[in-house]
Design a binder for this molecule. Structure first.
Ligand code: ATP
Ligand code: MG
Ligand code: MG
Ligand code: MG
Length: 501
């Protein structure tokens, strides 16, 4: 099954069960508490809270939601590329009940789609249910436990092994520090060659046991003071990672051979992008899965980071989020600079990210037409940002090498805050990028010292606060972007001149 067919079959399944298919919300969230849209439920928060009426009849919806998890409560940035199942940008397939059906139906349909619809062998599936530890909210989710147990027993699988209980960190879902939340019940897939994990690998971040679907039973509103209040009605909110499902459906030879398993990056969602990178770099993507707890081969990590980050950038820019020096714009700039740096390790010449646009629009442009509509704007922003950073990347990297050698000579494992700040301030290296490079060499950064240097500089001169962009802008004549909302155009500010794209 192609990823498009998987997406379509999910939506068809729920359409046939009374769900209205709704479009993905933009990555720019309506809520001021979020950096990016991070889950399918975000756009339905006002309905959950009883602030707006559910417009669907029956009150059910399904969609595929564009998500970015690179900041705030859900931040997977540091995992990306090192493992093969966390992306900065991913699609979350989801179905919702707004005060309508509840646990039994949601669990029954999840089971039906996975086993009958897509053919997952029940023996490979594991369900987790909420059992609060002492002091955690709510109570044991007996209803979900019974529903799953009956399904597993009916398929000849021992429910004592296939249904497992976990506490708040894994089985109580929250969008952020505040907002609708509740206990959840998740589906995991045993991907060991023999399928004998017997639940021992659940929730351990072990690539041999993959979490694929989360069924959240929204019952509470988390308030700013940490307390939970009961919502006027109970809702179902589910989320399933399309890339993970694709890796299983495309990589196990129809569930006959789990030794041939592939990762998310070997699916049709990423392969076309990797092929372009292979061509540009002349290097092969070997695609070896990292050992549990391992970090994978360095060039493979670079390939994965680049294609992952590229998707996040392209989708975010298409939704009108632009790289900048503050807030979500700075998260985007950091993502781009990480991609640039990994591009450098593959010997790619900047700007290379725009070269990945054609394979992206041809694989995902039908499901997300905004990619096609915004293609030239995305290309412009990517090329400008990459070129901007390229000015200082080389010199910053050689400074970093000196610092790392110096640390080794001093037999120290640490790069000082001042040094990291120099990289940030003069060469435009975001702290997280310097940390990442340090980690590769077994070094740490004194982040407290970094903050102190930052603070010192802030008070030294209000003008210098203008940001690192200005120092770079002195060499190019690019000073920033401006958004023309009405026309949906990006304006590049070029030292007093405006260039419209
Ligand atoms: P994990 O434990 O793997 O980090 P999660 O519990 O944080 O996942 P949920 O918030 O439950 O994830 O999101 C619902 C589903 O979305 C997950 O079951 C998974 O299939 C998918 N998903 C979550 N985070 C990512 C990500 N960073 N990249 C790709 N898919 C993801
Ligand atoms: Mg997570
Ligand atoms: Mg999880
Ligand atoms: Mg989860």
């Amino acid at each position: 099954m192609t990823s498009s067919e998987i997406r379509e079959s999910f939506l068809r399944f729920f359409r046939e069960r009374g769900h209205t298919i709704v479009p993905s919300a933009p990555l720019l969230p309506a809520s001021p508490n979020l950096l990016f849209t991070n889950a399918g439920m975000n756009q339905f928060v006002p309905i959950f809270l009883g602030q707006s009426l559910c417009p669907y009849s029956p009150p059910r919806a399904a969609d595929t939601q564009k998500c970015i998890r690179a900041g705030g409560k859900h931040n997977d940035l540091e995992e990306v590329g090192f493992d093969t199942s966390h992306h900065t940008f991913f699609e979350m397939l989801g179905n919702w009940s707004f005060g309508d059906y509840f646990k039994k139906e949601a669990i029954g349909w999840a089971w039906e789609l996975l086993t009958n619809g897509w053919g997952f062998p029940p023996a490979r599936l594991y369900a987790t249910v909420y059992e609060p530890a002492h002091g955690e909210p709510g109570e044991f989710d007996i209803e979900s436990c019974e529903a799953w147990s009956a399904l597993f027993a009916g398929a000849g699988c021992d429910p004592d092994i296939h249904v497992a209980k976990f506490g708040k960190p894994d089985n109580f879902w929250m969008m952020g520090e505040t907002g609708p939340c509740g206990p959840c019940s998740e589906v995991h897939v045993d991907l060991t060659p023999e399928g004998q994990s017997r639940g021992r690998l659940l929730n351990r971040n072990d690539p041999r046991c993959l979490e694929v679907w989360n069924l959240v039973f929204i019952q509470y509103d988390a308030r700013g003071d940490g307390s939970l209040s009961l919502l006027p009605a109970r809702h179902v909110d589910t989320g399933m990672g399309l890339e993970r499902i694709a890796s299983i459906l495309q990589g196990t030879r129809g569930f006959r051979d789990f030794s041939q398993r592939i990762s998310n990056y070997d699916t049709d969602l990423f392969r076309p992008l990797l092929l372009v990178l292979e061509k540009l770099s002349g290097l092969p993507y070997k695609g070896a899965l990292p050992e549990p707890g391992g970090r994978g081969e360095q060039s493979d990590v670079a390939f994965r980071v680049i294609v992952d980050h590229f998707r996040a950038l392209a989708f975010a820019i298409a939704d009108g989020i632009l790289p900048s020096n503050v807030g979500r714009g700075y998260v985007l700039r950091r993502i781009l600079r990480r991609a640039s740096r990994f591009g450098r390790t593959l010997g790619l010449r900047p700007p290379f990210l725009p070269e990945l646009l054609p394979p992206l629009t041809s694989t995902m442009g039908e499901a997300f037409p905004e990619l096609v509509e915004q293609e030239s704007r995305i290309a412009t922003v990517l090329a400008t940002e990459e070129t901007l950073f390229a000015h200082t990347l080389e010199r910053g990297l050689s400074l970093f090498e000196d610092l790392a050698r110096d640390a080794a000579r001093r037999e120290s494992r640490e790069i000082s805050g001042e040094e990291a700040f120099l990289l940030y301030d003069t060469y435009g290296f975001p702290l997280d990028l310097t940390e990442l490079m340090a980690r590769e060499q077994g070094l740490r950064i004194d982040t407290r010292g970094f903050e102190e240097s930052m603070e010192k500089q802030r008070s030294r001169s209000a003008a210098a606060r203008e940001d690192d962009l200005l120092s770079v802008a002195a060499q190019s004549d690019f000073v920033g972007y401006e958004e023309l909302e009405a026309e949906g155009e990006v304006v590049l500010l070029l030292a007093g001149n405006r260039a419209v794209f």
